[in-house]
Design a protein around this ligand. Structure first.
Ligand code: MG
Length: 363
């Protein structure tokens, strides 16, 4: 059987952060990048990956090495759903959970890399092929530690580069302080430019309702993760209180978690993260589910892979511009006229620099 898996391995590569990134609850320490490489009987090989922002990478690697990767040899790489569910079932007592989903994603993305290579297609076409170029917004100029003048300068630079919006972190001690920062940016960029805000789950539902009201008049594109991800009822109340869309998804670790948010009107934007949700297989399910609710998908981080997924589906709305793989890739994601272009290279389309990866292998 040509598509039979003959070898698989997992390894961990640390990539230093490209920019100091802080929000209301944390900072991005380093990108722990967990790779899985799979080869098949007909000589194809796929390289998949997953990540953390600095903690737990070794736990993901252990899950892969101790439990998941040893199951792969002999399985049919073309039967991605079957492989995914076998691995999921074998970790029953530790799912749904972040470590397991991150580990599943590294395997799943490797299988999609192989599937795309076997089909002779780039990922964005294999996964649906809706349109190649997608709007881009910038997050790199909006970190919480930056002074207001830097936020303004960053937003103006993004606009001058043709991007369609910027994301600004919120969660200063008072809503008034957040409001001053946001108002300065809105005044500088004018009306025809998206401003997203992100609280990183730092607020109570009552405080979020209050701040959303303070921000009325700024025409925000969305308020991201205002509340802890498990406070669905709080999201329902907040969404009912404001005209600004509520964006959630980067802290959800299974496709099914999105269903209740959508069903209850608690999510106006879905930000499903291909690594945290368990791979491309569940990512596409979430995107299609959101489409049935007439909700856009604007995935969290990981632009180098998400560009192909956003391009694949009709409800893909935005790619988040945060370059973080430049140290271990030879070419960057293509941007033209402020829009991200999905790679036409067969496979995932990420131009890995194997020597640079080798230099940064932790284990
Ligand atoms: Mg966020």
């Amino acid at each position: 059987m040509a598509s039979r898996i003959t070898a698989a391995r997992a390894f961990l590569v640390d990539v230093a952060v490209e920019t100091v990134r802080t929000d209301a609850v944390q900072s991005f320490l380093k990108q722990e990048t967990i790779f899985v490489e799979i080869t098949t009987e007909d000589g194809l090989s796929g390289l998949g990956y997953s990540y953390t922002i600095g903690t737990g990478g070794r736990a993901v690697l252990s899950m892969l090495r101790d439990h998941l990767v040893p199951q792969l040899v002999g399985l049919d790489s073309d039967r991605i759903e079957a492989v995914w569910f076998q691995l999921f079932a074998s970790t029953r007592a530790t799912t749904t959970g972040a470590i397991t989903s991150l580990a599943l994603a590294a395997v799943d993305t490797a299988l999609w890399d192989i599937a795309a290579k076997r089909s002779g297609l780039p990922l964005w076409r294999l996964a649906g092929g809706f349109r190649r170029d997608v709007p881009l917004y910038d997050t790199e100029g909006g970190w919480l530690h930056l002074p207001t003048e830097d936020l303004v300068a960053g937003a103006l630079a993004s606009k001058a580069n043709g991007l369609s919006g910027v994301k600004l972190k919120i969660g200063k001690p008072t809503g008034h302080e957040d409001l001053e920062r946001l108002s300065a940016v809105r005044a500088a960029v004018g009306g025809n430019f998206d401003i997203m805000v992100d609280a990183n789950q730092s607020m109570t539902s009552t405080e979020a309702i209050r701040r959303a009201r303070q921000f009325d008049g700024l025409d925000l594109a969305w308020i991201e993760e205002p509340l802890p991800a498990d406070d669905i009822e709080g999201h329902v109340r907040l969404a009912a209180s404001t005209a600004t869309p509520i964006a959630v998804g980067e802290s959800m670790y299974s496709a099914a978690q999105f269903r209740e948010y959508l069903d209850r009107g608690a999510a106006g934007i879905v930000q499903v993260d291909v690594a945290r949700v368990g791979g491309i297989t569940p990512w596409l399910k979430v995107a299609h589910l959101a489409e049935t609710f007439n909700v856009h998908v604007c995935p969290h981080f990981l632009m180098e892979l998400h560009v192909s997924l956003v391009a694949a589906v009709p409800n893909g709305r935005y790619v988040e511009h945060i370059p973080q793989l430049r140290a271990i890739t030879r070419t960057e994601m293509e941007i033209a006229d402020g829009r991200a272009l999905a790679p036409e290279t067969v496979g995932l389309g990420i131009d890995w620099d194997r020597d640079a990866m080798e230099d940064r292998i932790v284990e």
